[in-house]
Design a protein around this ligand. Structure first.
Ligand code: ADP
Ligand code: MG
Ligand code: MG
Length: 883
């Protein structure tokens, strides 16, 4: 097997299609080189070597040494320099690169190949001694930090000391001799902390760095990131070794990062940051504040330092042409890294740019309208799950705001929460369901778990392309970065903004769209669902086959769902209606009644209430199907648990506390999930389902008469395991319908069906279908009963199961397609075998999960049902599944 692939200087051993083998960075460097863009020559060690490295006990096979030597020879041939040559040394960067860009991997090492001899050669050939020694000290520090794992504070301190001794304030005040002395000090630190002198052999340097890249694949940070993003550990990373180009060779040199469209808003305008006389890491690390790339952006921000467009118009023009070419070539918005060395432009990276959900939407719609992509591609490109970000409220423009300061609008959306200063604290509080804002000077990959737990992220330093900004956009968390007026003291947990002081736990609000940071919580408004969102949803609706319904039981939820495009209700749970304060007493009397008469009397009090509930829902869902599930949970859930509650309830119901407790004791179950619930209630207390059915039909007839639009009730019996259960309940429902129709003189269409949520029901679906008009897969219970895992108790071990790869994802979030999925397939097939027109849907949590929706499409269900806010996600995912 070949492990090394070259690029640059007219050679490309790979291209964009080789991302799995070369990683994203390597594949795109090869691609850019192959379309004639200026890419410094280099080579990629493939991801396959990463796997082999671990197989062989973290060692490299000998053959790799030969291949790397050939790779270096390629770079030497193109550059005319030699690696380790004291007279005219080749320097390289060593860069990691997995299939998808991954924080947590080893940071890039620049200027590798410098030692006490080659630094003199670099000084001579560049004619710039200061530049050579500056590069050398950067290299020693980076290598010590990234490859040797030494504490970088020691280096920072040494540098600060050096500046203080000389009375300097800025790095740029340092001269060649100053840097020479800093290098000497750095080397002493390395020797003291590492126990060996800084490696002077350039090949040792290179192999050390290559090993560190592969080693970082199994770092904790990388593992956390992979877990959060469903990236398999088997992918591995590639290593890129590439000739250095220098953005730090004076005022005609520069480095920058850019997007071909605005990654925050999606606006069709170049967007980027650059720094004159700097190396790449300076821009992302937030050490110096980067400048705007375009004149328009600089003017809009009323910033003084010249944009690249103004300072280097010619090179900028060249860069802009490259932007257009790359966007046309990749047919997507690109995220680009470049360096200018003494006026010469070099491309160092391109990839599809991360973007916010609203930018993704706008870019997809714009590109389809520009003719760059088709409408289907536009639909396919927007991550359905990420739509979530657009559907949530933003700050009410008219609400009063107590603005503390303003930073950069790094990731849109608004969030309020308690100030926390560490990722661990964020996680801890989030576990208690507390909303928190993570406040950091800047974030690093170690903070990822806290960023995930937080509702929003606020940093004092760093630009729009800083770690915090990029990660927050990827996660869909609002973020304000670079709020320079914040003085953060994480140790004492104090945040100062001018004359104001905030402590841990104080509530703040951040607006990632404007960059504002406010004290207290600020009111929010509903999102705008027209515009690009409406356009894309329209295109999605044209291609999707699956209908999308919602799980809702209040008129407000129903209205929200309709606004989001729900085409009916797939699950209206009725027990929620029983919990309402004024009704719970009637429910409790019903439960405590000793006789059917007693039960009926209590139910009679509930009937008008239920009727009103259903009538309200039918009105909102006019003309659409509404699936109502009859009572499902075990009765004891309605009884009090605390002593004080018992006394109160007993008094309200005029029974003794003892009797109440006795009855509660009788209802106690060892395993309520598998106990007296669902259809089993209907079988033992038929009056309950009879009352509910009557309420449904009275409400339906009433709404039909009042509005002229007949609702389509679909009465659903839960937890059925046998046909006989369903037949008995169906008879109850039909009887109630007939009675109501006779009393009112009006009939309407309705269906009676069942949930399929027990393995037996799935297997016996052919039989059960004989008594059913529809099946709705209750995948929450079906997952519980098929795997035998109680959802409420799963939290303790499920994460470990996912980490160990036993389940790829939490089966309660994303359907276990290969296991539970089989039951669905069997039931669908057998059910339709008996009754070809049988209507099939899914009403578990999975109905809003894109991967599960793809499965529903594949097995030919008629609809999915999702919670109101997930309805648009389901519409888009259903369209993507149909493509
Ligand atoms: P990341 O994946 O973190 O962006 P990169 O490997 O892209 O890491 O490197 C970070 C930065 O280092 C690049 O944006 C670029 O500015 C700089 N860099 C990397 N390789 C070179 C090189 N060969 N010459 C000059 N600068 C480089
Ligand atoms: Mg990069
Ligand atoms: Mg259920």
């Amino acid at each position: 097997t070949r492990y090394v692939f070259r690029f640059g200087g007219g050679v490309s051993d790979g291209g964009r299609g080789d991302r799995n083998l070369l990683g994203g960075k390597g594949a795109n460097l090869a691609e850019m080189a192959s379309i004639g863009l200026p890419v410094p020559p280099g080579f990629t060690i493939s991801t396959e070597m990463c796997a082999r490295y671990y197989e062989e006990g973290e060692r490299f096979p000998d053959s790799l040494r030969d291949e790397v030597r050939d790779g270096l020879a390629h770079i030497e041939a193109v550059t005319g320099k030699r690696f380790g040559d004291p007279a005219d040394p080749l320097l390289v960067s060593v860069r990691s690169g997995a299939r998808v860009s991954m924080p947590g991997m080893m940071d890039t090492v620049l200027n590798l190949g410098l030692n006490d001899q080659t630094v003199e050669g670099l000084a001579a050939t560049s004619g710039d001694e200061r530049f050579a020694w500056d590069s050398y000290r950067r290299f020693v520090q980076m290598y010590a930090d990234v490859v040797l794992g030494l504490d970088h504070d020691r280096f920072e301190e040494a540098l600060e000391e050096a500046k203080e001794d000389r009375g300097y304030f800025l790095d740029t005040d340092m001269g060649a001799d100053d840097w020479r002395q800093v290098v000497a000090a750095y080397k002493e630190i390395v020797e003291a902390d590492w126990g060996k002198p800084f490696p002077q052999d350039v090949h040792d340097q290179l192999w050390g760095a290559v090993g560190a890249v592969f080693g970082s694949w199994q770092s904790e940070r990388a593992k956390v990131y992979r877990r959060l993003n469903d990236i398999p550990g088997s992918w591995g990373t590639a290593v890129n070794v590439q000739a250095m180009v220098f953005g730090n060779m004076g005022d005609t040199s520069a480095t920058g990062v850019a997007f071909t469209r605005d990654p925050s808003t999606g606006e069709h305008a170049y967007y980027g940051e650059w720094l004159v006389n700097a190396q790449g890491e300076d821009v992302v690390a937030g050490i110096r504040t980067p400048q705007y790339l375009t004149r328009a952006a600089r003017e809009k921000a009323a910033a003084k330092p010249l944009s690249m467009e103004e300072a280097m118009p010619e090179t900028y023009g060249e860069l802009a042409r490259v932007f257009d070419l790359l966007e046309q070539h990749y047919r997507d918005m690109q995220d680009i890294e470049f360096t200018v060395e003494r006026g010469h432009l070099w491309m160092l990276q391109t990839r599809s740019g991360k973007r916010t959900a609203s930018a993704a939407l706008k870019i997809a719609v714009d590109m389809a309208e520009e003719g760059l992509i088709s409408r289907e591609e536009a639909v396919a490109r927007v991550d359905a799950a990420a739509l979530d970000q657009l559907l949530h409220p933003t700050l009410d423009p008219d609400a009063p705001r107590d603005v503390l300061t303003k930073g950069l609008p790094a990731s849109p959306g608004a969030a309020s929460g308690a100030v926390v200063f560490t990722a661990d604290e964020a996680e801890k509080r989030a576990e208690r369901d507390e909303a928190v804002i993570l406040v950091r000077i800047e974030t690093s990959p170690e903070d990822i778990h806290g960023m995930h737990a937080a509702k929003g992220i606020l940093t004092a330093r760093g630009g729009m392309t800083s770690h915090a900004a990029v990660v927050a956009r990827g996660m869909g968390r609002p973020c304000v970065s670079g709020a320079g007026a914040l003085a953060i003291d994480a140790k004492s947990k104090i945040l100062r903004v001018r004359d104001r002081t905030l402590r841990e736990g104080d509530i703040i609000t951040i607006d990632g769209a404007s960059g504002e940071v406010m004290a207290g919580a600020v009111a929010t408004v509903q999102p705008e669902l027209a515009g690009d969102f409406g356009t894309l949803m329209g295109w999605a609706d044209e291609v999707r086959r699956l209908k999308v319904r919602t799980n809702a039981e209040t008129p407000a939820d129903c209205r929200t769902a309709r606004r989001f495009g729900a085409e009916g209700i797939g699950l209206c749970r009725t027990e929620h209606m029983f919990f309402e304060a004024e009704r719970i007493t009637a429910v409790r009397s019903m439960i405590l009644a000793d006789t059917p008469q007693g039960r009926k009397a209590a139910l009679a009090r509930l009937l008008p209430e239920q009727r009103r509930d259903f009538a309200e829902i039918f009105e909102v869902m006019a003309g659409l199907p509404v699936t109502i599930r009859l009572l499902d949970p075990p009765l004891h859930e309605f009884l009090p648990t605390k002593d004080s509650d018992f006394a109160e309830v007993a008094a309200a119901m005029d029974v003794s506390v003892d009797k109440l407790k006795q009855r509660a004791g009788e209802l106690h179950e060892f395993n309520p999930m598998l106990g007296h619930r669902g259809v089993r209630l209907g079988i033992t207390y038929p009056e309950i389902y009879a009352m509910q059915a009557r309420a449904i039909f009275e409400a339906a007839v009433d709404v039909a008469q009042r509005t002229g639009e007949a609702p389509i009730p679909e009465v659903m019996i839960p937890l059925v395991a046998t046909r006989r259960e369903l037949e008995l309940m169906r008879a109850q429902v039909d009887k109630a319908a007939a009675a109501v129709f006779a009393e009112t003189g009006r009939t309407l269409d309705y269906l009676v069906g069942t949930m399929i949520e027990l393995p037996r029901a799935a297997l016996m679906a052919g039989d059960i279908a004989g008594a059913a008009d529809f099946f709705s897969f209750g995948t929450n219970d079906l997952t519980q009963t098929a795997i035998g895992i109680s959802r409420d108790d799963a939290a303790r071990f499920l994460q470990t199961y996912v980490e160990q790869g036993i389940f790829a994802r939490d089966p309660f979030v994303s359907l276990d397609v290969e296991g539970v999925g089989q039951l669905i397939e069997i039931a669908a097939e057998r059910g339709r075998g008996t009754k070809p027109g049988l209507k099939l849907g899914i009403c578990g949590e999975h109905g809003g999960d894109p991967t599960s929706i793809a499965f529903c499409e594949q097995v030919g269900l008629d609809y999915v049902s999702a919670s109101p806010y997930r309805v648009p996600i389901a519409r888009l995912a259903a369209a993507q599944a149909a493509l």
